[in-house]
Design a protein around this ligand. Structure first.
Ligand code: 2YG
Length: 289
């Protein structure tokens, strides 16, 4: 899992309104709309009405490699932009958790070097960023493609996000092919879904030549080049750094979704809102993940 840098997120809070416009142009939905679709809400209006009543605390965590300057501020800016009552706790770590609970938070967002979760305090449920990111970018691809049912989708990168993208795609009726620079990882992921027909790409380049719909979830840059882009190509790219080369981006125009945090946090927030408001529990078994 890639560790963000301040450089990745410095301009994020001030760029949210512009990014929303880009999302609407590419998918027809806002950041809230994509988060709502990812979390299984019928529409974003229901969340929009609820959001201001849901208190979300973001706690800085100093363990491991420590604080990333701008990380908790960016998460909070995204949550506030979506309409949630969000704030960064004054204290960090355990003191921050206690402060959040004492302040009546419904949900706590926190990340160390291994997990980024939203904890629904009164429901004993967690929402994991890797799964929510996969759900968010799959929802975005679904919207860009006008529906994935029966569509052939390539999942490039079989790490945590790629692994969660497979069930999200299958749920939408897509026909999935997985690829990874380590072939055994692709084969292992396909075997986990033995009840389904998951193709395993023998060669990444060939897979890119034969798939128009792509989830790019690798931690490498420039995996997808201009020669792989066709008029029908649409790419949803949660991977950091972006795996689509600058020339390929230019060819794609508005047919690319990529960001360091926004869609994943929006999907986390909408899923947590579902759990907290009790209207749905779209994340079965989240607590075990
Ligand atoms: O609280 C802090 O400032 C730090 N403990 C945050 C550390 C986050 C480490 N994780 C990552 O940078 C990413 N896995 C976050 C999610 C990226 C989603 N594309």
């Amino acid at each position: 899992m890639t560790r963000l840098t301040s450089r990745d997120i410095d301009a994020l809070p001030s760029g949210l309104a512009d990014y929303d416009r880009i999302l609407k142009a590419a998918t027809g939905r806002s950041l809230l709309g994509i988060g709502a679709a990812a979390a299984g809400w019928a529409d974003e209006d229901a969340i929009g009405r609820l959001a201001s009543t849901i208190r979300m605390a973001v706690v800085p965590i100093r363990s491991g490699q420590g604080i990333i300057r701008g990380f908790t501020g960016s998460v909070t800016a995204i949550l506030a932009y979506l309409g949630f009552d969000a704030w960064v706790t004054r204290q960090t770590d355990v003191a921050g958790f206690a402060e959040a609970v004492d302040a009546g938070a419904h949900v706590i967002f926190a990340a160390d070097d291994h997990r980024f979760v939203a904890v629904c305090l009164r429901h004993g449920r967690t929402v994991d960023n890797a799964r929510a990111t996969a759900d968010g970018f799959v929802a975005g691809l679904d919207l860009m493609a006008g529906g994935l049912h029966g569509g052939r989708v390539l999942v490039l990168g079989c790490g945590r996000v790629g692994r969660w993208a497979v069930p999200a795609l299958l749920k939408r009726g897509a026909r999935v092919c997985v690829a990874d620079r380590i072939p055994a990882r692709a084969a292992h992921l396909a075997a986990r879904h033995s009840g389904e027909t998951i193709a395993v790409a023998a060669d990444v380049d060939n897979a890119l030549d034969t798939h128009d719909l792509i989830i790019e979830a690798t931690d490498a840059a420039d995996v997808i080049r201009a020669r792989h882009i066709r008029a029908a190509t649409r790419i949803s790219a949660p991977g950091m750094p972006c795996g689509v080369s600058p020339n390929a981006m230019e060819q794609l125009g508005g047919r690319l979704l990529h960001d360091p945090l926004q869609i994943g946090v929006a999907a986390m927030a909408c899923s947590a809102a579902g759990i907290v408001s009790g209207t749905m529990s779209t994340y079965e078994g989240e607590a075990s993940s």
